[in-house]
Design a protein around this ligand. Structure first.
Ligand SMILES: O=C(O)c1ccc(O)c(O)c1
Ligand SMILES: [Mg+2]
Length: 645
C-alpha cells in the first residue's frame, strides 16, 4: 500500500528544540543545516533567549524553518473555577507569545497536578473552553497524554476527552514514546480521524524496566535507534490521513551535551530511515531486506516523502572486501608477524602508497603505514572497513542521501575510484565490488609480490569487524551502519567486564556476509581503566579452528592464554564432551552456544595500541559473537600487557 501524499510534495520534517544542545540560536541553525523544514519551540529555550519572539520568528524564517508547535503548556485541565481562570489567563499570555513567534499550534500535556480531579467530562469541558479562547486567536490546541499523567496517561483516554470536547480547535497530539512505552502494539490508532490528529511526535527508546518519567526524560532515542516498532506506529498514523509534520521529540542526556549539528544530522538520518522502513515493509516484517533490485540502484517512492531527494534502496552486500589497519614503524613488525603466523601472505604492495595487502582466502587486510604516535608498542588501529556491494555506486549514493560525510579520495588506500564515507567515529567505509567483471579494480592498485596464499592456516574469510565506540556515539553509530549499509541490529548484550559494564550490538546483513560488532562502555569511562584506548579487532572464519590453532602455533603464533578456571566453569555449566574441552584447553579456544549451534574462538595478543585478531568457527548457524567470553579476553589482554611492561 502506498500513501500518495495529498500535497504531493511529501510530509514536513520537524525537530523539537529540546533534542539539541546549546542556545536557541545554536539549535535553530543546526536544525536548518541538517535540512529540517520546521521546529517545535520548547518554552524554556525561548525564555532563556535574549531574542524577542518576533526576532526568533524572523530567524526561523531566514533559516527556512517553520515553527510547527509551541510547547509545553502544563497542568491546565480538571480543576476548580479559580484555577481554570488562572489557567486561561496564563494561556492568553502564551497565545500572545505564539502570535509574536508566528506559530499556531500549542501542545497541552495531560495534567500531573495534585489539584486536578479525576473527571474526564470536566477535563473535556475545560479543554473546550481553552480551544474556544485559542480559536479566537487563530490558534489550535493539541492535547497529549503524558505516560505519567495524573489521570490521563493513555492515548485512548486523551482521544476520548478530545472527542468529548468536540471543538474544531481541539485535537490530539500523539507522541510515540507515551503510546509505545505503555502499549508496544497499540490498536485503534488508525481509526482516529486524520483531521483530529493535530500533531505527531516521534521518539524511540531502548526497552527498559524503569519509572516511565525517568525513561522518557533521559533515555529517548531517535527512531530506529531503540526497541519500539515505529514503522508500524507511523503506518497507523498515516492511515488516519494525518498530514502534519513528522516531528522528533527526544529527551536524551547524551544528545543534550553533544554538538547540535551532529545530533541534527543523526536525527535527519533517523527520519529518512524510518520513512523508508514504513514504505518498504508494509505492515509486518521488520527485518526483511528492502525488496529493491540491488543492481539497478532503483530509488523508491517513500511513504511520507520525508526523505528529501531520493534514497536508493540498500544494495545487496556480499562480504567484507578488506579491512585497513593503520600501523607505524614500531607496531608494523608485530602486526605483520601476527598475520604471517595466522597464515596470511603478503600478497601485494601498493603502487604509490605505503600500503601492504595481506590475504588468506577472501580475508584481506591492508597495512597502511602512518605517522608514529606516542602509544607504547606503536599505533595499530582500524582505519577503514570495506564491504563488497552488488552496486557500489548505488551504495555510495545511498550513504550520501543519508548524510554520511563523503571522504576525499586521497584519504583512501586505493587509487581506483572507490567511494568512501566516514562513520561517526571516523572509520572510513568503502564500497567495493572485488573481482566482479565491472570491478572498479581496487586490487589492481597493488603490485603482486608473487607470494600465494596457499598453505595458510585454513582461514576462509572475514567473519566480522569489531569496533569500540565512544560512549556518546554508540546509538548514532548503530543507526549509521544500519541505515547506510542496510543492515539489521542483533544481539544486544550487556556484560560486566574487568574495567566496567560493556554494551555490544551487532549489525549484519540477512545472510551474515557482513557483520559489524559495536562495543561501548555502558557508562563514561573514568581514569582507572587501563591504558588501552578502546580495543578493536578483526575476526577471521575457520572451518576447523583446532587445525588453524595448530598451524598457527607451528608458525610460532601467539594465542592469548585462557585461564584453567574458564574451562572448569565450562565443564560445570555445559555438558560438553570431555575430549572437546581438553582440546579447547590445549588450544586456548573459547566456547559459546545458542539455539542454533556452537561457537569456537581464539584471540591473538594485543598488537600495538589497540588492535588484535580473532579466529572463529561457527557451527550449525550460531549467530552471536561470543560476548559472554569477552571479560575473560579483556582480563587476559590486561595481564599480557602488564607482563610486557
Ligand atoms: O517530559 C515532559 O514533561 C514532556 C513535555 C512535553 C512533551 O511533549 C513530552 O512528551 C514530555
Ligand atoms: Mg511529547
Amino acid at each position: 500500500m502506498t500513501h500518495a501524499h495529498p500535497h504531493g510534495g511529501g510530509m514536513r520534517t520537524s525537530i523539537a528544540t529540546v533534542c539539541l544542545s546549546g542556545t536557541l540560536e545554536d539549535k535553530l541553525e543546526a536544525a536548518a543545516a541538517a535540512g529540517f523544514d520546521g521546529v517545535e519551540i520548547f518554552e524554556n529555550d525561548l525564555i532563556a533567549s535574549p531574542a524577542s519572539p518576533e526576532e526568533v520568528g524572523r530567524l526561523c524564517a531566514d533559516l527556512g524553518l517553520s515553527i510547527e508547535l509551541y510547547q509545553p503548556f502544563r497542568d491546565f485541565e480538571g480543576v476548580d473555577e479559580d484555577r481554570l481562570h488562572a489557567g486561561l489567563r496564563r494561556a492568553e499570555r502564551k497565545f500572545d507569545v505564539m502570535e509574536r513567534l508566528g506559530t499556531s499550534t500549542m501542545l497541552v500535556c495531560s495534567t500531573v497536578s495534585p489539584h486536578a480531579v479525576d473527571d474526564d467530562e470536566l477535563a473535556a469541558a475545560q479543554l473546550r473552553t481553552l480551544a474556544e479562547h485559542a480559536s479566537r486567536r487563530g490558534i489550535r490546541i493539541a492535547y497529549e497524554a503524558l505516560a505519567w499523567g495524573r489521570y490521563v496517561d493513555t492515548w485512548a483516554r486523551s482521544w476520548d476527552i478530545v472527542r468529548r470536547g468536540d471543538h474544531p480547535a481541539l485535537g490530539l497530539c500523539l507522541d510515540s514514546f507515551h503510546v509505545l512505552s505503555r502499549e508496544p502494539s497499540p490498536s485503534g490508532i488508525a481509526g482516529i480521524p486524520g483531521e483530529k490528529l493535530f500533531f505527531l511526535q516521534l521518539a524511540d527508546a531502548p526497552q527498559l524496566s524503569m519509572d516511565v518519567l525517568q525513561w522518557s526524560r533521559h533515555h529517548r532515542l531517535f527512531p530506529r535507534q531503540g526497541a519500539f516498532d515505529l514503522p508500524t506506529f507511523l503506518r497507523d498514523v498515516l492511515d488516519t490521513g494525518y498530514s502534519g509534520p513528522l516531528s522528533l521529540e527526544v529527551f536524551n542526556d547524551v544528545f543534550r551535551q553533544s554538538d547540535p549539528n551532529r545530533t541534527a544530522v543523526d536525527a535527519m538520518r533517523s527520519l529518512r530511515t524510518l520513512d523508508e522502513a514504513v514504505d518498504h515493509r508494509g505492515r509486518a516484517v521488520a527485518t526483511e531486506r528492502a525488496a529493491v533490485p540491488a543492481t539497478t540502484g532503483a530509488t523508491t517512492g517513500t511513504a511520507t516523502g520525508a526523505a528529501a531527494g531520493s534514497l536508493p534502496g540498500a544494495a545487496e552486500l556480499t562480504g567484507h572486501a578488506f579491512t585497513e589497519l593503520g600501523v607505524d614503524a614500531r607496531s608494523a613488525a608485530r602486526v605483520e608477524r601476527a598475520l604471517a603466523t595466522m597464515g596470511f601472505a603478503h600478497r601485494g604492495q601498493h603502487r604509490s602508497k605505503p600500503v601492504q595487502l595481506w590475504q588468506q582466502g577472501t580475508a584481506r587486510v591492508l597495512l597502511n603505514t602512518v605517522d608514529a604516535g606516542d602509544e607504547p608498542g606503536g599505533v595499530a588501529e582500524i582505519r577503514a572497513l570495506a564491504v563488497d556491494s552488488l552496486d557500489p555506486a548505488s551504495s555510495a549514493r545511498r550513504a550520501e542521501a543519508l548524510l554520511a560525510p563523503v571522504l576525499p579520495r586521497t584519504r583512501g588506500p586505493a587509487e581506483a575510484d572507490l567511494s568512501s564515507v566516514a562513520a561517526p567515529d571516523g572509520t572510513a567505509v568503502f564500497f567495493c565490488r572485488t573481482g566482479a567483471e565491472d570491478d572498479v579494480g581496487w586490487l589492481s592498485d597493488f603490485i603482486l609480490t608473487g607470494t600465494e596464499t596457499a598453505g595458510g592456516t585454513g582461514l576462509a574469510r572475514t567473519d566480522h569487524v569489531a569496533l569500540t565506540q565512544p560512549f556518546d556515539w554508540f546509538d548514532e553509530a548503530g543507526l549509521f551502519y544500519r541505515s547506510v549499509l542496510g543492515l539489521e541490529p542483533h544481539h544486544d548484550a550487556e556484560y560486566a567486564a574487568p574495567f566496567g559494564l560493556m554494551r555490544s550490538r551487532a549489525v549484519t546483513d540477512v545472510d551474515g556476509d557482513v557483520r559489524i560488532a559495536l562495543n561501548s562502555t555502558l557508562l563514561r569511562r573514568g581514569e582507572w581503566a587501563p591504558g588501552v584506548p578502546d580495543p578493536q579487532h578483526i575476526a577471521f572464519a575457520s572451518d576447523d579452528i583446532f587445525a588453524s590453532a595448530q598451524a598457527m602455533r607451528e608458525r610460532g603464533g601467539e594465542i592469548l592464554p585462557v585461564p584453567d578456571n574458564y574451562y572448569d566453569d565450562l565443564e560445570a555449566r555445559l555438558e560438553l564432551d570431555a575430549d572437546l574441552i581438553a582440546r579447547m584447553r590445549a588450544c586456548d579456544v573459547l566456547y559459546d552456544q545458542d539455539e542454533h549451534g556452537a561457537f569456537f574462538h581464539l584471540y591473538t595478543e594485543m598488537l600495538g595500541s589497540r588492535v588484535f585478531f580473532e579466529i572463529v568457527q561457527r557451527v550449525g548457524g550460531y549467530a552471536g559473537y561470543g560476548s559472554v567470553n569477552a571479560p575473560v579476553r579483556m582480563a587476559a589482554h590486561r595481564r599480557s600487557r602488564l607482563a610486557r611492561r
